[in-house]
Ligand binder design. Sequence first.
Ligand SMILES: NC(=O)c1ccc[n+]([C@@H]2O[C@H](COP(=O)([O-])OP(=O)(O)OC[C@H]3O[C@@H](n4cnc5c(N)ncnc54)[C@H](O)[C@@H]3O)[C@@H](O)[C@H]2O)c1
Length: 386
Amino acid sequence: MDRIRTAVIGTGFMGRVHLEALRRVENVDVVEVAATSLDKAREAGAGYNILNVTGDWRDVINDPSIDAVHVATPNVSHFPIAKAALEAGKHVLCEKPLAMSSAEAQELTDLAAKKKLRGGLCHNLRYYPMVQQMRRMREADEFGEILVVQGTYSQDWMLYETDWNWRVDPKVSGASRVMADIGSHFFDMAEHVSGLKVSAVCSDLQIFHPTRKQPKSGGESFSGKLGAAGETVDTQIVTEDFGATLFRMAKNGKDQARGVMTASQVSAGRKNGLVLEIYGTRGGATWRQECPEELWLGHRDAPNQVLLKDPSLMNEKARAFADYPGGHAEGYPDTFKQLFRRFYASVADPNLAPDYPQFADGLRQMKILDAELASHKAHAWMDVPA
Ligand SMILES: NC(=O)c1ccc[n+]([C@@H]2O[C@H](COP(=O)([O-])OP(=O)(O)OC[C@H]3O[C@@H](n4cnc5c(N)ncnc54)[C@H](O)[C@@H]3O)[C@@H](O)[C@H]2O)c1
């Protein structure tokens, strides 16, 4: 396969991020864009010079010349679109969460394996250069045995009762909001960096706004103060604004580390405050998404350090995730480029071992989420199946 022909379905926040990042992947042409209407698709397509546009994603599925599909729509449509694409013989790169339930996620994982097609999941935040540095330092045993993993994913864009988005509607977003939307990124990164698996959770979820003012039209993601004012209707809220989870982590089934995390869409001032801290028997490290070029390194018997991203100072295996010299910042859009590049390398070469989050990782996040929801309901610890 020389050049890979792909299509992007969904033209909101993520659709545009995918379209931009795909421009930076060497062996891919974006040949079609699908939105909910032809006009929306035309507008998005024009911005990226993509000639074929459609208001119906099934047109993409029915085009045999398209090799791969990006699913960048709200959560409820991930499963039907990904399933149809796989059945039509197309590779799929799906936004997170993979599906609305573990059963759906399992079906997609099995289908991709049966069809021998690539199923990638967009847990892109793994691919900040300094997150990879943290991971490779842990692999090189620089922190010793990991004892404690902690952190948060805190945002403020749903702080007011007038803040609204499709993520509030469980029929579109799923039974969990904050834990599914951003808590899943935390756990994906915590497992990826620590090399451990979450084995049990104890969760407390909170709805601070039992009703919200739903706009009669619109409700853009992350619109904040620029959100549209207009007529609203009071709507009952059933998904959490905040969640906290105590967790245990194991290695090859053997109990090892302890952790705690919070996820929030109502923490004033925190725009995209993902923080991951790991502490081992020899040292610790902290990475913050709002200052992504820095990795704090903690020592018990020596002064602490801050490593500023610089490929020449990075672990050799992490260096491949830093494309720019030290002092030249790489950020959120670059994480998608890194993920897509690895995904399409594996599409081009069926013998290449996947080096990106896969459908199985999406299924794993659904299982953690199920355990968190069950724990909150039962006021008790819940095991997470392996
Ligand atoms: N990886 C990340 O960092 C990240 C960040 C934000 C969102 N996401 C995920 O991306 C997905 C989209 O979120 P968003 O923030 O872009 O939402 P959004 O509301 O900005 O965009 C969604 C778009 O999909 C369109 N759409 C809805 N149903 C469709 C259909 N059947 N066919 C074609 N288009 C359809 C909507 O009209 C809208 O334009 C969600 O699953 C979300 O969890 C991931």
